[in-house]
Design a protein around this ligand. Sequence first.
Ligand SMILES: [Zn+2]
Length: 418
Amino acid sequence: MHLLLLLLMLVQPAPPARAEPAILLRPARVFDGVNPRPHENWQVLVRGERIEAVGPALAAPAGARIVDLPGTTLLPGLIEGHSHLFLHPYNETSWDDQVLREPESLRTARAVAHARATLLAGFTTVRDLGTEGAGYADVGLKQAIEQGIIPGPHMLIATRALVATGSYGPKGFEPGVTVPQGAEEADGPGLIVAARRQMGKGADVVKLYGDYRWRPGEESRPTYTLGELRAVVEAAHAAGRTVAVHASTPEGMRNAILAGADTIEHGNGGTPEIFRLMRQKRVALCPTLAATDAISRYRGWKPGEPAPAAVQEKRASFAAALRERVPMCMGGDVGVYAHGDNVREMELMVDYGMRPADVLIAATSANARFFRLHGRLGSVKPGLLADLVAVEGDPTANVSALRAVRLVMKGGAVATAP
Ligand SMILES: [Zn+2]
């Protein structure tokens, strides 16, 4: 029923501004995405697809629909900074088998379900960092959402992503056999060509793998040179796109920072010196704590047992990044674990030492700024898109309150019935 409502609202032609319906949302408090303290007894007036007014004691204009949301906190729609809508949890099917054996049509059908689950969990925007072998299927998925054919979040997409030849996977096969890869191989001058091709076909963000395990089981080592990364960053920025670099080693991270990348993904082995450099150069970190946590659990880590080395390293490097005040993105690498469970990353950020209000800022106004969306969305401010979520309780006190979603609105259209 609520999906039908969403679809109806999406397909209706926009009436003249005066006649646009107004909705007055009356939660217990509003978290605006910027101020760490929620505003008690504030309301939000939505007209058409935008926020018209925010504040205490707002009067309902004539004909406005009033939606009472007692006991809830109203926040900007959450922004997932690192998703893979074309992946599903690795304990269901290994990453190798998803890339090698699953038909692209099956993966697309799953992605449709994942997009819906993401939106209904309160995540109204995702930065989807590569289809991992599903080609350019994200281009059509994004269009299907924009055209109101299926429900889902606003998408920033990376299409195939870029890897240095020989560095990525699946690997471990007869060396003479050509095996399909989870991203596009490109190097040297061909790397810029490939990045431009991906942007032309739809990439909003250029995703590169700056280090990786060259052979199964070994440590990650740099893949691209500083020169290669610099050239791609220059081409992407000239085209008005951002650059996300997967990097876990200090060397790979340093290359990404010096090349001018916008965000670094993972950063598992980041040192205080590297995190200082990130802050100086204003490079944001997407920590993907939940991916490391999930993979460790898939490998047999049980609650109550001592944390495995990978989790301990992650806790230590995240704490170092917080101490060095690195601009913090919220991105969990969701897809490794279930879509719709995006809050898991936010719970771990709190568990590993970040204040809940700072985690909420990371997932709203900060992510919007890093992804160059802050003029459109990411905070509760007049003129921005009415991407809003109401949850039971106060997530600045307990971030898990985000799991109790009462209302999701995207561009003024209700995706869940209040
Ligand atoms: Zn990823």
